[in-house]
Design a binder for this molecule. Structure first.
Ligand code: ADP
Ligand code: MG
Length: 332
């Protein structure tokens, strides 16, 4: 069991940023409206994710840490996946590669409970003090696998990767407030990213969030998208071709709310701007594609963020024509 967990763990948890991604996605799935991420030493010595979501009942804590135990799917429905989690792999994997402590209070429960896992071994569940939600703490990532530890990048690089993960997820969830704090060396630490919860209609909220994450200038130079093709929907914001963002690539793509990094979609985005941008400049956009889960395969490698559309041509056409129409409407 522990060996299996360690093997799986290597796939789910490549680096601190992938642990942060799994934990923040769990907090989103739990219906949290406030998520705080604290890290120390690039996440290598500490990752702590605090949420105000639905919590986990004391009796369910050991279950949450056993392999393939997920509360999010009943097994008959593997294709109909809307929430982030569906494999029940993340927590057991994290418990195999670090010292994992979960403190949680299920909504309505009289008290909270805490469970610690070290090297895959569960300690007994104990009562704990916590007002609401869940705190997941992962310490000493890869302490038992020094070979892995050696291949991690510098703290600085890990801090950057974690920042990118939190920013990316925050774009998909404008109604949730996010805080990222670096607590290296102890104490209160330093807030390195913060996005307050937006309100109102989704597209307005998203615009506000885009301004918080990518800057006011980007938001002011971005046009809203709303297109449909054969049941695939495109929303989001795309920068005007006249807007220059320097060298940094600002492309955020989501399929059914999940962040993806997909060649097909990136290529389509470039295609949409091909008349405007020279080869060395990258279009900037935050794109959401929503599609019936039956028509897209998200059940690929956990650490990668690829998707497979049943009709890739439709997805590409939607992006190219959706963006070109919006740009044309904006006078380009
Ligand atoms: P998955 O997300 O694929 O279901 P995980 O290993 O990430 O698998 O989590 C296992 C289970 O633990 C989840 O299905 C959920 O029931 C519970 N869980 C994990 N994190 C949280 C959280 N922050 N709040 C509430 N429940 C959680
Ligand atoms: Mg999960």
């Amino acid at each position: 069991e522990t060996v299996i967990n360690r093997i799986a763990a290597g796939e789910v948890v490549e680096r601190p940023a992938s642990a942060v991604k799994e934990l923040v996605e769990n907090a989103v799935d739990a219906g949290a409206t406030r998520i705080t991420v604290e890290i120390a030493d690039g996440g290598k010595s500490l990752i702590r994710v605090i949420d105000n979501g639905c919590g986990i009942a004391a009796a369910d804590l050991p279950l949450a840490l056993s392999r393939h135990a997920t509360s999010k799917i009943d097994g008959s429905d593997l294709l109909n996946i809307r929430s982030f989690g569906f494999r029940g792999e993340a927590l057991p994997s994290l418990g195999a590669v670090g010292r994992l402590t979960i403190t949680s209070r299920a909504s309505g429960a009289a008290e909270a409970a805490v469970l610690t896992v070290t090297g895959g071994t569960l300690a007994p569940v104990r009562p704990a003090a916590l007002n609401e939600g869940t705190v997941v703490e992962l310490r000493d990532l890869f302490y038992a696998t020094p070979a892995r530890l050696k291949f991690l990048r510098t703290d600085r690089a890990e801090v950057q990767a974690i920042g990118a993960v939190v920013r990316q997820l925050s774009l998909a969830e404008p109604f949730i407030s996010f805080t990222l704090r670096d607590v290296t060396g102890g104490g209160e630490g330093r807030v390195t990213f913060r996005a307050d919860a937006e309100q109102g209609e989704l597209l307005d909220a998203l615009h506000g969030r885009v301004a918080q994450v990518l800057g006011r200038e980007f938001a002011a130079n971005a046009i809203p998208l709303d297109a449909e093709r054969e049941g695939l929907h495109l929303t989001g914001f795309a920068a005007l071709p006249t807007y220059s963002r320097g060298a940094a690539v600002a492309q955020f793509l989501f399929v059914n709310g999940r962040p993806v990094r997909d060649k097909l979609l990136v290529g389509a985005l470039r295609g949409a701007y091909s008349d405007f941008l020279s080869r060395d400049r990258h279009p900037a956009a935050v794109l959401f594609i929503d599609v019936d889960p039956q028509r897209v395969d998200v059940n690929v490698h956990p650490a990668k963020s690829e998707v497979r559309f049943r009709e890739p041509g439709v997805a590409r056409g939607l992006i190219v024509s959706g963006l070109r129409h919006a740009l044309a409407d904006a006078g380009h």
